[in-house]
Design a protein around this ligand. Structure first.
Ligand SMILES: *[C@@H]1O[C@H](CO)[C@@H](O)[C@H](O)[C@H]1NC(C)=O
Ligand SMILES: *[C@@H]1O[C@H](CO)[C@@H](O)[C@H](O)[C@H]1NC(C)=O
Length: 825
């Protein structure tokens, strides 16, 4: 029955055995009436080959002979024959390893059936062998790893289905349960799927914190119920997904750094660092300057990614000594932190000292004493410390010094006496340098002018000027020019000239010369006469325009040069209007007899007064000659009786001037032995002068009377003086008083170079007839001064006389006598 049912059902269940089963079904139906008992065995799977399954002979109630004779064998429609019949022993053994899972899969119970066929008679005995499951399969997971990504913000109770395991074994040997380890965060919940399989899911029972535990590694173990129990494991990796639940945080609240001023762009200053526990973009921190500190972004640059702060622009210590600002770190989720950065700027000596002039006085007077302040300067150096510590110096060697009384203020002052005349201006270069390393310095040049003080007198280049001017100059003629120099300046150097008051021969010098006040030109005021004055010596003075003025002087000597402006004057023989004066020459005169001497003077000097005598005209040229230089007229031959009594010579007296001047004198010579002879000869040509001579005779007699009177008066005067002196000397002798001799005042030629001395050194001939009678009058004349007035050329004019010596008077008297004698002749 069971078989039939099974048979029918077998057709349904054994789908993949169907063709064979259909064949078997045919067999079964054919041999239905011969089928007896059905044998059923149960064996575990995986028995070794040859393992006993059952004693078929015994179980079928057949003896071994029958089995043998019946050639008992197994018939099966299957390819694989699991069982083998050992017909000789009547045993059924395992022929092939039986894998239940392979044979039946999940179908339980698992069995296979075959028949044992016997022939003669044919018998067919079905045998069913049930294969019992052995726990030979562990539960297995398809993957060895499971991956989950779960947000850390996942709500408690969230469920995550896990992959289910599969166990090929069935029943108790099949999958029984799952185990999840560790189970801190998740608990496992098992479910039975609609297909009957078991699956599990994890349920979040404790909040996740990625920051604490970013990754979870769990193990899911599937266990079966076999003995020994088998299990399969799968690793579950859970990545906890971040949510931005952490703000970035700086690792310090204050960052301190130092930076040198003027550091190059890009110089690293400090790196700020903030960390964000979040991951991914939530943990990606970017850095920036806080918006609150405007301007910092210009000075520094912050790297968004690294937080590296570097110099972006020149930092000037002088503007900011410390720079403070806030930095911000921000993650992508918008959470931020901030920290303070304090950067200390280190000073560099980058500022040159700057010189400012507070005051400066120029020009400064040259008489300013040493130590006079001429300027105050202020020096600024923006650097600090030594870099800003300034000192000032003056460059070069100038008589100035610089001192500081107040920090950074310097007084510029004179250090020595100044002299504008030697240095009129100074360029004072002040060098201000700081104490940095290397030091920086700056310069400033002050141009100081020295103003003049009238400290220099004008000076003539020489103390003594000498010039010459020819006499007879025109008044106003320029003689020379004096020039004085004054080392001072402007008005102090404005020199003017003047004459120093003095007298020349009793006349104020200003009547002789004048000085142009401006030009210093000295000119003659009048026409000079050399015969009157030969030189002018005076002082010129120069004075500057300072206040008070300074002056100096120089002496000037003007030599007046002689000109040949005076013709020679014949003193002897005296030329009268009509009277005939004759020299007597005795007929017995020898050759060389001195007839007379022409005496002439020239008031000029030198060559101009060097006279020469020549015979101009003569009655008999052969008889007389004139000494060229001495003017002596001598006979050149013996006088004979044939010579005329009346001889007339014209003598030319010529000076040596250029051009020369001359005078002529007519000398009458009477060649006779007696006076009457002469008279008779001369009366004829003197008759027409008679009337004139009468008058003249009267004047001469009158003059003779006057002169005689004066002579007598003089004589009396001398006698009375002599008497008086004699008496005086007696009184002195008696009184024992010292005798003081009295000398009459002498008058001498002050110039001493005049020609008058020579003029009066001549020998005046008193008589005409004897050369022995020549009277020498020299001594007498040298004791008196007779100046000859050049304007009156005809006769010597007595200007000054009778200074107590009457021998002079006697000379005069004798001259007058002589004159009257010649006239009378
Ligand atoms: C001072 O400097 C000025 C300008 O440079 C120059 O003309 C002048 O000659 C200088 N003076 C002296 C005394 O060096
Ligand atoms: C001229 O100068 C000298 C020296 O310079 C001085 O001794 C003298 O007194 C001056 N003479 C006059 C007249 O000023």
């Amino acid at each position: 029955m069971e078989f039939k049912d099974g048979h029918c059902s077998a057709g349904r269940k054994w789908r993949w055995f169907w063709p064979r089963a259909a064949c078997l079904f045919v067999f079964l139906c054919f041999f239905q009436h011969g089928t007896e008992a059905q044998i059923r065995y149960s064996i575990p799977e995986e028995l070794k080959k040859g393992s006993l399954v059952g004693n078929v002979a015994q179980d079928l109630g057949l003896d071994l002979k029958r089995l043998r004779s019946g050639r008992a064998r197994i018939v099966t429609g299957e390819n694989v024959q699991y069982a083998e019949l050992k017909a000789d022993k009547g045993l059924l053994v395992v022929h092939e390893r039986i894998d239940r899972e392979q044979l039946c899969g999940d179908v339980t119970p698992c069995s296979f059936t075959f028949e044992i066929l016997l022939e003669n008679p044919m018998e067919l005995h079905p045998v069913t062998i049930e294969v019992l499951d052995v726990n030979d399969n562990a539960p297995t997971f398809k993957n060895s790893h499971l991956k989950f990504e779960i947000s850390e913000s996942a709500a408690l109770g969230s469920r995550f289905v896990l992959e289910s395991a599969h166990d090929a074994d069935v029943g108790a040997n099949g999958l029984q349960s799952y185990i999840l380890t560790p189970s801190d965060n998740f608990v496992l919940k098992e479910h039975v799927s609609p297909g009957g399989g078991k699956y599990a899911e994890m349920v979040l029972q404790k909040g996740l914190d990625r920051e604490e535990l970013p990754r979870l590694s769990l193990k899911l173990v599937a266990v079966d119920g076999g003995n020994p129990q088998r299990s399969g494991t799968v690793n579950i990796n859970i990545n906890i997904l971040d949510i931005n639940d952490n703000a970035p945080a700086f690792n310090r609240t204050i960052y301190k750094a130092k930076v040198v001023e003027n550091a190059a762009k890009g110089t690293h200053v400090i790196t700020v660092n903030a960390t964000d526990a979040d991951s991914g973009s939530n943990g990606k921190v970017t850095y920036s300057f806080s918006k609150s500190n405007a301007g910092i972004a210009d000075l520094f640059h912050i790297d968004e990614e690294t937080g590296c702060i570097s110099v972006a622009k020149q930092i000037d210590y002088e503007k900011e000594k410390t720079i403070e600002f806030m930095v911000e770190a921000k993650d992508q989720g918008g959470l931020a932190d901030s920290a303070k950065v304090e950067i200390e700027v280190i000073d560099l000596n980058d500022n040159v000292p700057v010189i400012n002039v507070m005051s400066f006085t120029s020009p400064v007077s040259e008489d300013s004493p040493a130590g006079t302040t001429i300027g105050i300067i202020n020096v600024k150096d923006l650097d600090s410390g030594e870099n800003g510590h300034v000192k000032c110096e003056i460059e070069g060697r100038v008589p100035f010094s610089i001192k500081s009384n107040v920090r950074n203020y310097f007084a510029l002052m004179t250090d020595a006496d100044l002299d504008r005349e030697s240095v009129p201006e100074y360029n004072i270069t002040v060098v201000a340098s700081d104490a940095g390393s290397p030091p920086l310095s700056s310069k400033r040049t002050f141009n100081l002018k020295i103003s003049d003080v009238n400290d220099n007198a004008p000076a003539f280049p020489v103390n003594f000027y000498s010039a010459t001017i020819a006499e007879n100059n025109s008044p106003g003629a320029s003689v020379l020019r004096v020039t004085a120099k004054d080392a001072d300046e402007n008005q102090n150097a404005h020199v003017s000239y003047m004459l120093e008051e003095s007298e020349i021969g009793g006349t104020p010098v200003s009547e002789f010369v004048s000085v142009n006040a401006e030009s210093g030109a000295i000119s003659a005021v009048r026409s000079y006469d050399y015969e009157q004055i030969k030189e002018l010596i005076f002082m010129v003075k120069t004075q500057d325009g300072g206040s008070p003025p300074l002056s100096s002087n120089a002496s000037v000597r003007i030599l007046i040069q002689d000109q040949n402006d005076n013709a020679p004057q014949v003193l002897y023989p005296v030329q009268t209007g009509g009277s005939v004066l004759a020299e007597m020459v005795p007929r017995s005169a020898d050759v060389g007899y001195l007839v007379t001497k022409v005496v002439a003077v020239d008031v000029d000097s030198g060559q101009n007064a060097w006279l020469s005598y020549k015979v101009h005209k003569a009655t008999d040229r052969a008889l007389f000659e004139v000494g060229l230089h001495n003017g002596e007229i001598r006979t050149v031959r013996q006088v004979t009786d044939k010579d005329a009594v009346k001889q007339r010579l014209t003598v030319l007296v010529e000076d040596n001037g250029q051009p020369s001047r001359s005078a002529t004198v007519i000398v009458n010579v009477a060649v006779a032995d007696s006076f009457p002879e002469v008279l008779s000869e001369f009366t004829d040509f003197s008759m027409h002068d008679k009337e004139y001579n009468d008058k003249l005779t009267f004047y001469l007699v009158l003059a003779l009377a006057v002169v005689s009177f004066l002579f007598i008066t003089c004589l009396l005067l001398i006698i009375s003086v002599k008497v008086y002196r004699w008496r005086q000397s007696r009184i002195l002798y008696h009184s024992n008083l010292p005798v003081i001799p009295y000398y009459p005042p002498r008058y001498s030629d002050t110039l001493g170079t005049g020609t008058l001395q020579h003029v009066y050194n001549y020998e005046v001939c008193r008589t005409t007839d004897s050369r022995k009678s020549d009277m020498k009058n020299m001594q007498a004349m040298s004791q008196s001064l007779v100046s000859v007035d050049g304007a009156d050329a005809d006769t010597p004019h007595v200007t000054k006389q009778l200074s107590g010596n009457c021998s002079q008077m006697s000379t005069l008297v004798s001259q007058i006598f002589y004159h009257s004698f010649t006239i009378m002749v």
